[in-house]
Design a protein around this ligand. Structure first.
Ligand code: NAD
Length: 489
């Protein structure tokens, strides 16, 4: 742990964040570096009573926050962006040491957070409604956006900063207060550091709070009748449970869920480019990305060349200490995830698949793995693996490839490699996927373009750019008559 990271640890030690740091002697949780298995810090967990109190505080704070001027809301978010920029190394260090992110990934994520904050800072000054004509000539019809109230943000550990900030920042911009429940595997990076960030940005006390805890803390937040929206990013299984609870209360929920993303490499593709893209899409962050390229569909005529080149590249990647600049793959997040990846690879081999390389790992590390000769119904091809594994299936005809891609319950991201871009654009219309990238790989995120999945990958919303306005507000029709009119009764 470098000195800068150590300096700020005192901020959360023995404290929870309810708009200000409160000293408690609640249960605590050790923060373990997955690369070294060392205890690097400790956070205080909240109790169910703490959650209920946080909701009350957030509710009161929101009544004032929604009335602050748009300039003030923009200023707070700009200040958060500046503070993040000034302290970027601290955010990067924690992401590397708590979450096993490589320096490359952690640096990309930190910069993406700054972009998100600046984008959110522009939201308060946008038009907040539209004027509609009226059949009563003296009447004005205003259709305006109003905040939702208290927004609960529940985030995962794989991009703990970005996937929290992409909801927190626009929700605050639209006049909501926010309670963040980070993953238990990113309590500091995805929780305490964000409390530190927003407290230093001049946000009024209580408008943003963090609740660290296990799943029952998340459930309490989702269930609370005074929480008006849940913005969840995580697994499809948990997303379904959240959707069920929200449905019972008719509570708005936006779910960004799992994926099993395909890359189709057509006969006329540039194999060098396709392999380069596939390596990024499959192995970045050890494959622990919802948009990871988890299914490679390669045309038979180029399959041998593609497999040979992908294997050469996979074998050249460095696996190890994620804080070293030369490391390409760090550790998986925990033993459960490591075991899951081992099991799915072993099962595929048992079912007749051929292991081209990798297939094993030491401690929490796992080597880049390529598997061929697989059955399209095998879990290695149908399930989200969340590990550095490239299962390859060969196809002869594009209609066969489309059918295989669409057979997945997920629908997050798909990539197509071909020289015929206009043709690929037509193919894109046949594919069930929220995001399709032509001559690219599946891991793409541009903060100003609405992001989201179809099928079991997403439900109820989109993040980014213009989508954020509707995502984090609700509409209200206000009609205005200067003087009352007479009705015939
Ligand atoms: P997870 O679903 O296990 O946990 C996500 C969050 O939900 C955590 O904060 C967890 O504590 C909380 N939680 C767990 N049970 C809960 C419950 N019953 N009620 C309320 N909250 C609960 O997911 P994870 O392992 O942290 O993340 C990996 C998953 O997230 C993968 O499936 C991945 O594809 C998905 N993901 C999706 C996107 C996207 O944008 N579509 C982005 C990143 C990750």
């Amino acid at each position: 742990m470098n000195s800068q990271t150590n300096i700020i640890e005192h901020v959360w030690k023995d404290h929870i964040f309810q708009g200000k740091w409160i000293k408690t002697n609640n249960l605590s949780r050790e923060i373990i570096n997955p690369a070294t298995n060392e205890v690097i810090s400790e956070v205080q967990l909240v109790s169910i009573d703490n959650v209920n109190k946080s909701v009350n505080i957030a509710n009161e704070a929101q009544k004032l926050w929604k009335k602050t001027t748009f300039e003030n809301r923009a200023k707070v978010l700009r200040k958060a962006a500046h503070f993040f920029e000034e302290n970027i190394q601290t955010f990067i260090d924690w992401n590397v040491q708590e979450c096993g992110s490589t320096l490359l990934k952690a640096t990309w994520e930190a910069n993406a957070c700054i972009e998100q904050l600046y984008m959110a800072a522009s939201m308060p000054m946008a038009a907040s409604g539209e004027i509609f004509p009226s059949s009563i000539p003296t009447r004005t019809n205003v259709w305006q956006r109003v905040p939702l109230g208290v927004v609960g943000v529940i985030s995962p550990w794989n991009f703990p900063l970005l996937l929290s900030i992409r909801s927190i920042a626009p929700a605050l911009a639209m006049g909501n207060s926010v309670i963040l429940k980070p993953s238990e595997f990113s309590n500091v990076t995805g929780g305490a550091l964000l409390a530190w960030l927003f407290q230093r940005s001049g946000l009024p006390e209580g408008t943003f709070q963090v609740i660290n805890g296990e799943s029952e803390i998340g459930e309490t937040l989702v269930n609370h009748p005074q929480v008006n929206m849940i913005s969840f990013t995580g697994s499809t299984g948990v997303g379904k449970k959240i959707a069920e609870t929200c449905a019972k209360q008719l509570k708005k929920c936006a779910l960004e869920l799992g994926g099993n993303n395909a890359m189709i490499i057509c006969e006329d593709a540039d194999v060098e480019v396709a392999v380069n893209n596939a390596v990024w899409g499959t192995f970045l962050h050890q494959g622990q990305i919802c948009m990871q390229t988890g299914r490679h569909l390669v045309h038979r005529n180029i399959a041998d060349l593609y497999i040979q080149k992908l294997k050469e590249k996979a074998l050249s990647l460095n696996v190890g200490n994620p804080s070293l600049p030369e490391t390409h793959l760090g550790p998986l997040i925990n033993a459960t995830q490591h075991q899951k990846v081992c099991n799915i690879v072993e099962e595929a081999i048992h079912n007749g698949a051929k292991l081209e390389c990798g297939g094993k790992g030491e401690k929490l590390f796992f080597y880049p793995t390529i598997i061929t000769n697989i059955n399209k119904d095998d879990p290695i091809f149908t399930e989200e693996i969340f590990g550095p594994v490239a299962p390859i299936l060969i196809f002869d005809d594009i209609s066969e490839a489309i059918e295989i891609v669409n057979s997945s319950k997920y629908g997050l991201a798909v990539a197509i490699h071909t020289e015929r871009t206009a043709w690929a654009y037509e193919i894109a219309k046949e594919i069930k996927s929220g995001m399709i990238h032509i001559n690219d790989q599946t891991v793409n995120n541009e903060y100003h373009v609405p992001f989201g999945g179809m099928g079991e990958s997403g439900y109820g919303g989109r993040f980014g750019g213009p989508a954020n306005f509707d995502e984090f507000s609700q509409r209200q029709w206000v009609s205005i008559l200067e003087k009352g009119i007479k009705y015939p009764l």
